[in-house]
Design a protein around this ligand. Structure first.
Ligand SMILES: [Zn+2]
Length: 477
């Protein structure tokens, strides 16, 4: 059997073992470029379909914009280009000839999309513009890790225009809420929504919001971001329209994105020493049937036909079920293999089960085994999958609560960051220099300034100067 490094021994190696051995992804020939293998891609497709539905339900439509962005386009918004230039990849030769103007491979599409909006938007009747695209982007990364930080990754990026600041802010928060629901309902990953500090916000944004999740090793992962871009991009790209009074006006824009890095967060939230643990809603196989061959005789006579029949009835009940009829492997190997791949439920079907007209249902999360009459499976399995989905979220919520600490002393802050980590909720004076010093000393950054609950004034955890409220600190991926 393939070995997986225990999480407690080396979390980072455990993660890589799981990604590679569960065949989620493999390394490509260019550093930082991964191949998403069919099993990993099936997970992505389920995530994508679910999020796409949510994006459309909130009134957005999909479109596709080009991969190449002319250098001059990217340079129009000064903060934006400053932020992205260090990680841009450029095309300078095409068809064997030096290009007149270098082309950036999109690191994000504000420049491209806003340039087109300048052409399309004329009147207040054209607003709001609510467009999303599913695409790949490239950001030249020095240190990479499959899914979590890759040079090329897949994502969705929404780009919207609104008549007022209020509407733009509403949209920014609506999409932050969409990400939160997606994480909690679909990925069973609880998140903390909040605003980013000035030093952590998106290049060119007025305000950046994010949802942050806590991984099993006590480090945070930024799950998705939503930006109110103010009128910066409308100004830089010349997006103007005539308002209801026939006056020239600048729209307010937003952008928001979530990427394949969500898969990394999913793995690090739910996985264990046996491998992946996939929430039923995004599991490529929600249940796998493992037939146990009779000691004597042929499984083709009775066992396999029965297993196929069970699979068919479960499919008709809406369960994504896979029948493992590989004859070169023993059942024990298959159990471990599907556990490693995180399939939520395994159905064991042997000759003795057939005699009793039952299957043994085994949960991946609790490993609980229950014999269930075959006739009851189509009714009971969907309910069981829902229960597993719910319990995974509850378990992750307990972990989040157990690893979120209110801290008021600097000594305790340093001690915790050096040992258990987790989210440290502490007062901060709002000074960027103090934020930088905290990062320097503890490698912790401010993940978010919470937007829920009421802020309570206090004293900065490091410098004791006045603080308007507590913020979430963590070391982050
Ligand atoms: Zn301070």
């Amino acid at each position: 059997m393939k070995e997986i490094t225990p999480r407690g021994e080396d979390f980072s190696q455990w993660y890589l073992d799981v990604v590679l051995k569960a065949e989620m992804a493999d390394y490509g020939p260019v550093k930082g470029c991964m191949i998403i293998r069919p099993y990993g891609f099936a997970v992505w497709e389920h995530m994508q379909a679910d999020m796409d539905r949510r994006i459309k339900e909130t009134g957005h439509v999909n479109a596709y914009f080009p991969l190449f962005i002319p250098k001059s386009f990217l340079e129009r918004e000064k903060e934006h280009v400053k932020g992205f230039a260090p990680e841009c990849a450029w095309v300078t030769i095409g068809g064997g000839e030096e290009l007149e103007e270098p082309l950036a491979i999109r690191p994000t599409s504000e420049a491209m999309i806003c340039s087109m909006y300048a052409k399309w938007v004329r009147s207040w009747r054209d607003l709001p513009v609510l467009i999303n695209q599913w695409a790949n982007v490239v950001r030249w990364e020095k240190v990479t890790r499959p899914f979590l930080r890759t040079t090329e990754f897949l994502w969705q990026e929404g780009h919207t225009l609104h008549a007022t600041e209020e509407e733009a802010e509403e949209e920014t928060l609506r999409m932050l809420g969409m990400y939160r629901s997606f994480y909690e309902e679909t990925l069973a990953v609880p998140v903390i929504p909040g605003r980013k500090t000035e030093s952590e916000k998106f290049a060119g944004a007025l305000r950046t919001y994010a949802v942050e999740a806590l991984m099993a090793d006590g480090k945070a992962m930024q799950g998705a971001t939503s930006h109110n871009l103010g009128q910066h991009f409308a100004t830089a790209y010349g997006i103007e329209y005539l308002d209801k009074n026939q006056q020239r006006a600048l729209p307010w824009s937003t952008s928001w994105g979530a990427s394949t890095r969500m898969i990394g967060g999913l793995i690090m939230t739910h996985g264990d020493d046996s491998g992946l643990m996939l929430p039923p809603r995004i599991a490529p196989h929600q249940a796998v049937i493992v037939p146990i061959p009779p000691r004597k005789g042929d499984w083709n006579e009775q066992l396999l036909p029965k297993a196929r029949e069970v699979a068919q009835r479960l499919r008709a009940a809406g369960v994504r079920v896979h029948l493992d009829d590989r004859d070169q492997h023993q059942p024990g190997f298959k159990y471990a293999d599907w556990e490693m791949r995180g399939v939520p439920v395994r159905l064991e079907l042997g000759p003795r089960d057939l005699e009793k007209d039952q299957a043994v249902v085994v949960r991946r999360d609790t490993r609980e085994k229950t014999p269930v009459p075959l006739a009851e499976l189509p009714a009971r399995l969907p309910a069981l999958l829902e229960a597993i989905q719910r319990e995974l979220l509850e378990r992750a919520r307990r972990f989040l609560a157990d690893n979120t600490h209110r801290v008021s002393s600097w000594a305790e802050f340093k001690e915790l960051m050096a040992t258990r980590r987790g989210f440290l909720v502490a007062h901060w004076c709002t000074d960027a220099r103090c934020e930088a010093a905290i990062k320097e000393e503890t490698r912790a950054t401010i993940r978010v300034i919470p937007i829920e609950g009421t802020a309570e004034a206090g004293e900065c955890v490091r410098c004791s100067r006045p603080s308007p409220g507590r913020v979430y600190f963590a070391q982050a991926y």
